[in-house]
Design a protein around this ligand. Structure first.
Ligand code: CP3
Length: 342
């Protein structure tokens, strides 16, 4: 039994005493403790593949920042790798794939991954679940198929993802084949995460915003919906589609439990489109560069607008590495101490 199950209750739309708070990229470079642990690994991928180290940095934000959940330390790119497309994480640049997908023959060569291909993440989850000792829930995650597809075609990050979009326009059938393979791999992987102790799951669709609404529904949301249908009978699932608030209503029609929001939509507008789903978000991470007075004002306004129930407090995207750890903690404390009835 979880001692603090606020996140799970909020995700399920049940009554809470206060809104839970956790932060995307909380296991990361804002913490000197993270940097110290990372220095013990050869490189990022080695770090991700060492369950003891992954466990350590997953728990650090719970101890240091006081957040209401741990998210397993890993990366969304472990799925392309498990399917046969290895990546590197280049310092100060980001992910890089030596081989990319160009044709149907390339797609045919990829395997559908199962949880056994990602046993290092499964072990990290088991260890983290044990070490957390039920203090707070453990969040599992995966990239949404479209976002993984975008990296697999492009081979790295991109402002426009025009190569990946070109693929959708010129080889739509092959695109669907690849998206289906990623979807099946992700379902296998997430079922393994739940069996290993994940209490809730989040799908990150970081590049949702480069697609038009119709392209998004066809090439992204269809697959997200399949993943939600496979996993939501087991645990709550949150869908975070960055820069795609045009899709909030359609996302609310999937079987997800909650919808993650970036800062480009206001709470009232999101509520009016989200049906009875729980909402998660959505402060601009840059707010945490501001003065304490400004942080107090904006955070109070956000909490009031979302309301206590069916709400999970978070930022609208991940923490930036140069944010001050004390300001981040200040934000977390503010949310935890907010007087909901006043
Ligand atoms: O704390 C957490 O949120 C859990 C861990 C986590 C990481 N990546 C660790 C990480 C999670 C949930 C992710 C998801 C992820 N990875 C996404 C989706 C979320 C988003 O930000 O939109 C994406 C697009 C990736 C791909 C990725 N991984 C990029 C583009 C980069 C480089 C950019 C950067 O911040 O340096 C990474 C590397 C990465 N993944 C880091 C961390 C902590 C930084 C690496 C380091 O320590 O050097």
């Amino acid at each position: 039994m979880l001692k603090n199950d606020l996140l799970i209750r909020a995700a399920k739309g049940l009554e809470v005493e206060r809104a839970p708070v956790w932060l995307m990229r909380q296991a990361g470079r804002i913490l000197p403790e993270y940097k110290a642990t990372r220095a013990r690994a050869k490189n990022f991928i080695d770090f991700v593949k060492t369950p003891e180290l992954a466990c350590e940095v997953s728990i650090q934000p719970v101890d240091i920042l006081g957040v209401d959940a741990a998210i397993i330390f890993s990366d969304i790119l472990v799925i392309p790798e498990a399917m046969g497309l290895p990546y590197q994480m280049i310092e100060a640049k980001g992910p890089w794939f030596e081989n990319t997908i160009k044709s149907k023959a390339d797609v045919d060569k990829l395997k559908i991954a199962d949880a056994g291909d990602l046993d290092y993440v499964i072990k990290a989850l088991q260890l983290t679940k044990k070490e957390l000792n039920n203090r707070v829930p453990l969040i599992g995650f995966a990239g949404a198929p479209w976002t993984l597809f975008a990296y697999m075609i492009e081979g790295s990050g991109s402002k426009t993802f025009s190569k990946a979009k070109q693929f959708l326009y010129t080889q739509p059938e092959t695109a669907h084949l690849l998206l289906e393979k990623i979807t099946q791999s992700t379902i296998n992987y997430l079922k393994g995460q739940v069996a290993a102790g994940a209490d809730i799951l989040q799908l990150f669709d970081s590049w949702a915003g480069v697609l038009s609404p119709d392209m998004y529904y066809e090439f992204s949301l269809n697959y997200i919906s399949k993943i939600c249908d496979a996993l939501s009978p087991l645990v709550p699932v949150t869908v975070f589609a960055k820069d795609a608030h045009y899709a909030t209503e359609k996302i609310s029609q999937t079987s997800c439990s909650s919808i993650g929001l970036d800062w480009t939509i206001n709470p009232q507008s999101a509520r009016s489109q989200a049906g009875n789903k729980t909402l998660q978000g959505n402060a601009d991470p840059c707010l945490l560069y501001a003065s304490e007075e400004k942080i107090i004002r904006e955070t109070n306004q956000m909490l009031k607008a979302f309301g206590k129930n069916k709400y999970i407090c978070n930022l609208g995207h991940g923490l930036y590495p140069d944010l001050d750890k004390e300001k981040v903690k200040f934000f977390v404390d503010l949310v935890k101490n907010y007087k909901w009835n006043s």
